[in-house]
Design a binder for this molecule. Structure first.
Ligand code: FAD
Length: 287
């Protein structure tokens, strides 16, 4: 089913994200993750795309596995290291596997020179146009409540977001954020620019203090004092950090839903136990 159709349903939507293994031999292990997640019926499961297309085949295969477990799949697709032919081949594979939802991304610019940057697509908006020209896909794209790390201002980032949406996005998923006020203010700012597609709020339960530095570097997410205090207090106590991280994400989600947000995306990656705990914590709220 198309995610645009799912998001129109009168309910609270909760989705999850998983990543494919680099080696095909490990797909079976990841299928176990899908099975566990499918048991709590997320509205959809998104499958990431390795930097530079490193997991291309497994992204499609894993998205197919997700759908075979009865859950709509959202296949991520990046373009900065792809030619038009590569993109069109991947879209054809997705179509063959009846995967109709694609998250159109630029991808991070490679730092190490191992992955080539092709000249064909510079921005995700160009990929959105390409996907639109290749059939009846439901297209999602990324957005950044705190501004994308490369953009000089939030205003400039929102102007580019508007161009991307106008190329044909059906919905947006946010980068993770740890302060809901940042998200609420973003919603007002995009509405002021007449960006009206549904926005899925990305929440990451941080269950391991070692994740934090990497998260901040990649996403530029600001850490509110309440979050930093928690991380400092439990950094060396993994069991407590896990419990506190899940509680923090649960509170964030309850606040979002209380304020009228209707779609939440859990960045629980391949940790079904964390996703399941959060689903349990909010089971009455989303039923
Ligand atoms: P864009 O929308 O192209 O934006 C990138 C930058 O370019 C922004 O600063 C924007 O303001 C600027 N820009 C856009 N258009 C123009 C223009 N016309 N002129 C000048 N500047 C412009 N990465 C992966 O490798 N695999 C994944 O599976 C993956 N999944 C993700 C899922 C989500 C929900 C999110 C939020 C991110 C994901 N990423 C993933 C990371 C993403 O690839 C990076 O954040 C990347 O740096 C930007 O991708 P984008 O699609 O947002 O790019």
């Amino acid at each position: 089913m198309k995610i645009s159709t799912i998001l129109q349903q009168d309910k609270i939507h909760v989705s999850c994200e998983i990543f494919p293994p680099k080696q095909s031999g490990k797909l079976q292990q990841t299928e176990e993750v899908v099975k566990e997640l499918a048991a709590v019926h997320p509205d959809f499961i998104s499958v990431t795309y390795g930097a530079g297309g490193s997991t291309k085949a497994n992204t499609v295969r894993l998205a197919d596995i997700v759908q075979k477990h009865g859950i709509p799949a959202l296949a991520h697709l990046t373009c900065v290291s792809s030619t038009q032919e590569m993109v069109r081949d991947t879209l054809a594979e997705l179509r063959q596997n009846h995967i109709e939802n694609v998250l159109a991304l630029r991808g991070d610019l490679p730092q190490d020179g191992n992955v080539p940057v092709q000249q064909q697509y510079r921005y995700a908006s160009e990929l959105v146009c390409e996907i639109r020209s290749q059939g009846d896909f439901c297209i999602g794209a990324a957005c950044y409540p705190e501004g994308h790390v490369e953009s000089t201002s939030r205003e400039e980032d929102i102007a580019h977001l508007k161009e991307k949406v106008e190329c044909g996005c059906d919905f947006l998923t946010t980068q993770m954020f740890f302060d809901n006020n940042v998200f609420y203010s973003f919603l007002y700012r995009i509405l002021a620019k007449d960006i009206r597609v549904p926005v899925v709020a990305g929440v990451m339960p941080v269950t391991n203090a070692r994740q934090i530095a990497r998260i901040c570097a990649l996403s530029g997410a600001a850490l509110p004092p309440r979050f930093s205090n928690m991380a400092d207090r439990f950094a060396n106590d993994p069991a407590s950090m896990r419990q506190a991280g899940i509680a923090y994400a649960t509170e964030q989600i309850i606040d979002l839903i209380s304020n009228g947000v209707r779609a939440i995306h859990l960045y629980t990656m391949n940790q079904p136990d964390v996703a399941l705990k959060i689903f349990e914590n909010i089971s009455e709220i989303i039923k």
